[in-house]
Design a protein around this ligand. Structure first.
Ligand SMILES: [Zn+2]
Length: 178
């Protein structure tokens, strides 16, 4: 069993600070500040998995080819193990649209992840709620989208979230070594 760090895509891994999801690969800006800290987590044997709701795919606003190009770049430019997408519209009521926990459960099945030892980093309340449902530690980044619901930690930025994971892990003997 592995431990994962799940990362929300929009606003965390790409287009930091933007409240609008990019529709084309040209508008997609990978957050290169994360290359080094993600590399450290990967070196400590964490799985690194991006998750994202992209209802624009089923709505027809985002061509699948653009999404594929965005994710090719994410894979090339950041040391991610996987990118999990819910392409469905809100009214479909699918199990994978966050705050539903389907993407995390699917990842856990695929990668043999111990969810109750894993972490979810996001600037949105939907991920914190999904974390509650699957038992992950929720590291919520302060933003206009973080709501007032469940979270384990409220942090100013993604760097603080990485530091918090290191602190938590250092208190757990026989696990990842930093
Ligand atoms: Zn879905």
């Amino acid at each position: 069993m592995r431990i994962a760090v799940f990362l929300e895509r929009d606003g965390v891994l790409n287009n930091p600070g933007s409240r609008v999801a990019p529709r084309t690969a040209r508008d997609f800006e990978v957050n290169h500040d994360l290359i080094e800290p993600l590399g450290i987590l990967k070196g400590a044997e964490f799985l690194l998995i991006a998750t994202t709701n992209q209802p624009g795919v089923c709505r027809g606003d985002i061509p699948r080819s653009e999404l594929d190009m965005m994710h090719l770049r994410l894979h090339r430019e950041l040391p991610l193990d996987d990118i999990m997408v819910c392409p469905h519209e809100e009214n479909v009521n699918c199990p994978c649209r966050k705050p539903n926990p389907g993407l995390f459960q699917e990842a856990a099945f695929k990668w043999h992840i111990e969810l109750d030892r894993s972490y979810i980093i996001s600037d949105k309340w939907q991920d914190a709620e999904a974390a509650r449902q699957v038992g992950c530690v929720s590291l919520l980044l302060d933003s206009p989208n973080c709501g007032s619901g469940h979270h384990d930690y409220l942090l100013p930025d993604v760097e603080s979230a990485f530091e918090r994971i290191v602190l938590i892990e250092q208190k757990q003997p026989m696990l990842a070594e930093f």
